[in-house]
Design a protein around this ligand. Structure first.
Ligand SMILES: [Ca+2]
Ligand SMILES: [Ca+2]
Ligand SMILES: [Ca+2]
Length: 181
């Protein structure tokens, strides 16, 4: 069972994907994220990197559709989204895989210089791509960067994502890792 706080955080995540705010996730929402990525990263729509990223977003969409579309209408409603995460979070193996692949995706996309860390600027780009206002990024980032070295490494982000999904502490900084929720 998802707690009230978990449900609120998952609603936030749903809204990040639902760029046109129509209350459903469809393939177009994922394609929009890929094209926003292309804009933020200044990639040509025919560049190999853009093709790779678009393919990855479409793959992520297909996998979500296959597992979460209980009604079979090729759309993911909020109820289907929550039911899907309720299942994922109750199965340790699936969950670990899901969280790891989310983190790898974040790094593959946003870690421009591939040094295994993300800086505040890259975190702001993530917000922009995922339909969160980038103005929130500086304040959020400085709270997430607990050792104040100006970057988040994979271990830090993995711990934050884990807390975002599983944690039920209203005071945890991970709750706001993607902005206000
Ligand atoms: Ca939508
Ligand atoms: Ca559906
Ligand atoms: Ca740090």
């Amino acid at each position: 069972m998802l707690t009230e706080l978990q449900t609120r955080k998952l609603l936030k995540l749903f809204c990040m994907y639902d760029g046109d705010h129509d209350g459903f996730l469809v393939r177009k929402d994922f394609e929009k994220i890929a094209s926003q990525l292309c804009t933020v990263k200044n990639l040509g729509s025919r560049s190999p990197k853009f093709m790779m990223l678009q393919e990855r977003m479409v793959k992520a969409w297909k996998s979500l559709l296959k597992q979460a579309d209980a009604s079979g209408d090729k759309k993911i409603s909020l109820d289907e989204w929550l039911a899907y995460y309720d299942t994922v979070l109750s199965d340790r193996a699936t969950y670990t895989q899901e969280v790891r692949s989310l983190m790898e995706l974040i790094f593959d996309i946003f870690d421009a210089d591939s040094n295994g860390t993300l800086c505040q600027q890259e975190w702001a780009e993530l917000f922009q791509v995922y339909n969160v206002h980038p103005a929130y990024a500086p304040a959020v980032f400085s709270q997430l960067d607990t050792n104040q070295d100006g970057v988040l490494n994979k271990a830090e982000i993995l711990a934050l994502i884990d807390e975002f999904f599983c944690g039920d502490n209203p005071d945890s900084v991970a709750n706001i890792m993607f902005g206000p929720y």
